[in-house]
Design a protein around this ligand. Structure first.
Ligand SMILES: C[S@@+](CC[C@H](N)C(=O)[O-])C[C@H]1O[C@@H](n2cnc3c(N)ncnc32)[C@H](O)[C@@H]1O
Length: 223
């Protein structure tokens, strides 16, 4: 089966309205009271998680479009690059573990934050409740669509995501904290600037007395 039809199948299966419809139909057909009750109980479970199902349905549609239309490397190695526990998404890298390793409160509590190369925004959304506001952009527009779906689902109103490159980024404002995590140069060949230009630009967006929080590239070592 091609990857494209795999995603089609996935989101067709997880179309929550379709799934509930099937259960309702089965229930109305059944003459057996216990079976009918069992089907209705299942339907109640579906109802409880319907918003999660709808979210995953939307995300699967975006991933299918990405697979068709986005030719660059997506970093996930078959996963998302970032995990998101809050919406049950597994990632190539564990967002909670990355966050646990840093004293976030100290740096971002009540602050304005810019996340360069935010990817699917899962790290930004995890720390958003601590910040005053967090803004993130990424060159991959499909990941930004995912970020915006997750943002709406999680009601992170202080988060903002848009598709764009750091090279084109040209805001007047600066931020208390700028995050540069694993994207000062990229394997997808989408980084066009020199390392010096990159850091100068980061510096330009950090307010006086603010911080640039930097993570170098994650290296997989094979032993
Ligand atoms: C290794 S991932 C790191 C993602 C995220 N910062 C993190 O640490 O979880 C590199 C990210 O940079 C993005 N990217 C690559 N070139 C970019 C550019 N020129 N401007 C903005 N984002 C870029 C990629 O799409 C990808 O999401």
């Amino acid at each position: 089966m091609s990857s494209k039809s795999y995603f089609s199948l996935l989101y067709e299966t997880f179309n929550p309205l379709k799934a509930c419809g099937v259960f309702l139909q089965d229930s109305s057909k059944s003459k057996d009271k216990a079976k009918k009750q069992a089907i209705l109980n299942r339907l109640k479970d579906y109802f409880r998680i319907r918003k999660q199902l709808s979210l995953h349905y939307e995300i699967a549609k975006i991933l299918e479009a990405q697979l068709r239309e986005y030719t660059s490397y997506d970093y996930g190695e078959g996963y998302f690059y970032q995990s998101c526990r809050l919406i049950h998404i597994t990632g190539f890298r564990n967002t909670e573990a990355r966050i646990a390793g840093m004293q976030w409160e100290k740096y971002i509590a009540g602050k304005t934050v810019l996340d360069i190369g935010t990817n699917a925004g899962f790290l930004a959304l995890e720390i958003a409740p601590l910040c005053k506001k967090i803004e993130g952009f990424d060159i991959n527009p499909y990941l930004i669509q995912v970020a915006n779906c997750a943002k709406s689902f999680l009601k992170r109103d202080n988060a903002k995501f848009w598709a764009g490159t750091f090279e084109e980024f040209n805001y007047e404002q600066s931020y208390d904290v700028v995050l540069s995590f694993a994207n000062h140069s990229t394997y997808d060949h989408n980084t066009k600037q020199s390392i010096d230009d990159y850091f100068q630009k980061c510096h330009r967006y950090v307010s006086d007395g603010g911080y640039l929080l930097f993570e170098s590239h994650f290296i997989v070592t094979f032993t």
